[in-house]
Write a new protein. Structure first.
Lengths: 387, 387
């Protein structure tokens, strides 16, 4: 076994070439990990949005709340069913909600995006267990007041605390900011359901009913009843499933990220091969000496491969570190399933960083393989004679 | 110019190294061609749509609100208007399609006048006008799904609570830059179904599309439309087709910034890669450069020879990647298999030329340090040096 120190010293001896290769691979890993982090962030937001025992009721055939209506009478009948969870005060956890999408101007670039305005009753907060008011106060019923998240407040004009946002021609004052554990509620503006239904002229109906069941069994039983009983005939899906299906935007980002990383990784492999061929060529005599000393071909191949991997891993590490300033940075894109903006943050979890490191390894192995084999194929006598 | 053979000889001296550098640049620029084409195609489509002088009229509150059908007739009689149609996004689901296609309810009498760059055989158009449950699809969509005239196309409503049972009557075609992945069906067919189910969505035209008599009248027509409906139940916002497309681009968020940042990282990475290769090959030729200087080549000439070599290598790689992408995505079937989510995609000439320029710049920048070092080389030291 040739000591790793030999590789490290060799890399240092050719430091300009090593540094260039490290920077080259670092940038490639950086760009790939950034794209992975974007996809992971969006996925996380949709995954944490659903609670395991919660269900969402929609009109049969609807795929999202935005294309759904549930009338008031049906919503009342749902609230009277058994198998529903209650809070400490004994209130049933059933929340009829009205969703309206409003085209709102972003801050800064002047572009517009659709924002979900959700009309809620007090119980809606209990159905998002991570819901927490972090600034200001809660809305009063019957008044044109609204709550929103920090990310929406930062992204949209008039959505900041104390500002007034224009919803369907009416001014709503933002009186508080909330957090919801990074879930999709953080992409919404909340107001009183009655006020919203008057403003949007959608009186007498809701978009969806959200509820919490007492357990898995009652969830299945309720879903069965709500879907098949004539007096309901609703679509009842678990929240987890509902959000998991809103994946079109996520899939697009994921595909783009994969395509970017595949191409760049292949490009980097060629570059690494170049560097390693250079290393092998300039060390022909060293290799001959190693062979003459009795090191097996296999050992020498392993040695050069290791050097190539070390080189790329250094680049990979640098690339991963370079993405950290972006961690938690909030951004947004269109969720085509709801036809509205979804805000989320870059997330560079261990899995994303590991993917970056694996890419770097792959560059090292594939790029280093041919040069390493080349190294041991030179006959010893020729290698020793080379200058 | 007389040094061109010398430069080319040097390019081909270490064939493997040149090949690897070229491939590294080629693969990366192939990717950049795809990313930039995405931005560019949208701009070009927007610019092209100006020639069709069309106006999209949407509800003042955004696309999720619909305009009543009565708006269409009122608009049709306005001066400067050639034709007007309702265009309602049905957003239904065909079988278990993961990638849904666009379905629109419209008016077969006028739709071909509004979208007059598209072609539909007269016989098919007349047959469609006479068949209430008939539909017409774009050539690319028909090919993708393997549909033939006479096929049944059932579509489940997701936004509207009705299911369609359509029969394929005709296939429209159009220029490369047109969307040939839409499905059109009778607006009246959808409306009858909605009326039968007593749905509140009955009587809604969705959006209204207007063909203006000329480009000059458009601003006046838009102003007139918005004024006419300002105090009605459904106030409107009229925009040119270009602005309408812009609205969707804005919703997706800042993709351009993401692409530009990725591209910047890639270009910088390639500069490192190419500079490294160039430095390696010059290190092997130190003595040769010293000879050139000794026989009277000026510093500037040596420098420009090295720079030309670097540019030649990078340009070769760039041309391979960019022109390869241009040719590959010029083939219709390739584009629709590899990029099924993009209804219109091609690599514009502007992107091709821009990226060829970028690859030359990569070569130039990567050559600066090696060229400078070659020019500065002390002749005596260089001649003495054994590599």
């Amino acid at each position: 076994m040739i000591p790793v120190k030999y590789n490290l010293r060799s890399l240092r001896a050719r430091w300009v070439a090593s540094l260039m290769t490290i920077i080259g691979t670092a940038l490639v890993v950086w760009a790939s990990v950034l794209a992975f982090g974007l996809a992971a962030g969006l996925e996380y937001t949709l995954n944490v949005s659903g609670e395991p025992l919660d269900m969402i009721l929609l009109r049969k055939g609807a795929t999202a709340e935005t294309g759904s209506t549930v009338d008031e009478a049906t919503a009342r009948r749902v609230a009277a069913l058994s198998g529903l969870a209650t809070d400490e005060a004994g209130n049933t956890l059933v929340s009829p909600e009205l969703v309206v999408i409003v085209n709102t101007a972003r801050r800064g670039d002047g572009g517009k995006a659709n924002v979900i305005i959700r009309g809620v009753t007090p119980v809606a907060r209990k159905l998002r267990s991570e819901f927490k008011l972090v600034e200001g106060r809660d809305i009063k019923p019957g008044v044109r007041e609204a709550l929103t998240s920090r990310s929406i407040a930062a992204r949209f004009q008039g959505a900041g605390l104390g500002e007034e946002i224009d919803l369907l021609g009416q001014k709503f004052k933002i009186v508080g900011l909330f957090e919801a554990g990074g879930g999709s509620a953080e992409s919404e503006v909340w107001t009183d359901v009655e006020v919203l239904s008057q403003t949007s002229k959608r009186e007498g109906g809701y978009s969806s009913v959200q509820l919490r069941t007492t357990g898995m069994e009652s969830m299945t039983a309720l879903a069965d009843l709500l879907e098949n009983d004539e007096q309901f005939a609703l679509k009842a899906v678990s929240e987890r499933k509902y959000f998991a299906e809103q994946s079109s935007a996520g899939i697009a980002i994921k595909i783009v990220g994969r395509v970017i990383s595949v191409f760049l990784t292949i490009g980097a492999m060629f570059a690494v091969a170049n560097t390693m061929y250079g290393a092998v060529a300039s060390r022909a005599r060293e290799i001959g000496t190693l062979r003459a000393l009795g090191f097996a071909r296999r050992t020498i191949v392993g040695c050069f491969l290791l050097e190539s991997i070390l080189l790329c891993l250094a680049g990979g590490l640098l690339g991963c570190l370079g993405t950290l300033p972006f961690n938690g940075l909030s951004t947004g894109t269109a969720n085509w399933d709801t036809f509205s903006e979804i805000t989320f943050s870059f997330r560079f979890g261990p899995d994303v960083l590991l993917q970056g490191a694996l890419l770097a390894m792959l560059m090292g192995i594939v790029g280093g393989m041919a040069p390493a084999i080349r190294a041991v194929r030179i006959p010893i006598v020729n290698a020793l004679r080379e200058i | 110019m007389k040094f061109l053979p010398y430069v080319l000889r040097n390019v081909l001296r270490n064939k493997l190294r040149t090949l690897f550098t070229c491939m590294s640049i080629a693969v990366s620029l192939f990717l950049l061609a795809l990313l930039y084409a995405y931005i560019e195609v949208q701009d070009e489509l927007g610019a092209k749509s100006v020639n069709y002088h069309r106006i999209g009229v949407v509800h003042a509150n955004g696309l999720t609100f619909t305009l009543p059908i009565s708006h269409v007739d009122k608009v049709r009689t306005m001066p400067g208007v050639k034709a007007a149609i309702p265009l309602a996004w049905f957003g239904g689901v065909y079988k278990d399609d993961k990638l849904p296609f666009a379905q629109f309810a419209t008016d077969p009498q006028f739709v071909m006048q509004v979208f007059d760059e598209l072609t539909l055989p007269d016989a098919e158009l007349r047959a469609w006008q006479g068949d209430r449950a008939g539909c017409v699809v774009g050539a690319r969509l028909a090919e993708k799904k393997g549909w033939k005239i006479g096929d049944r196309i059932p579509i489940k409503g997701a936004i509207y609570p009705v299911d369609l049972n359509l029969t394929l009557i005709g296939v429209y075609d159009g220029p490369d830059s047109s969307d040939r992945e839409m499905l059109w069906f009778h607006w009246t067919y959808m409306d009858e179904l909605l009326k039968q189910s007593r749905n509140a969505a009955a009587g809604a035209a969705g959006t209204v599309w207007v063909k203006g008599e000329s480009a000059e009248v458009l601003p006046e027509v838009m102003r007139r439309i918005d004024e006419r409906f300002a105090s009605s139940d459904a106030p409107t916002r009229s925009m040119t087709e270009q602005a309408f497309q812009q609205m969707f681009t804005e919703m997706v968020g800042n993709v351009q910034a993401f692409i530009r940042n990725t591209a910047l990282a890639v270009v910088f990475s390639l500069v490192c890669v190419a500079a490294n290769a160039m430095a390696m090959s010059l290190r092997e030729r130190t003595r040769e450069v010293a000879v050139l200087r000794a026989i009277g080549f000026s510093r500037q000439l040596v420098m420009s020879l090295v720079l030309s070599e670097a540019v030649a290598i990078a340009f070769l790689g760039g041309a391979l990647g960019v022109i390869g992408a241009k040719i590959l995505f010029g083939i219709e079937s390739v584009t629709s298999t590899l990029l099924p989510i993009m209804p219109v995609f091609y690599i514009p000439w502007s992107t091709t030329i821009f990226l060829l320029g970028v690859s030359a710049v990569i070569g130039l920048v990567s050559g600066i340090v090696p060229a400078w070092r070659a020019a500065r080389l002390s002749v005596v030291d260089g001649l003495r040096k054994v590599v």
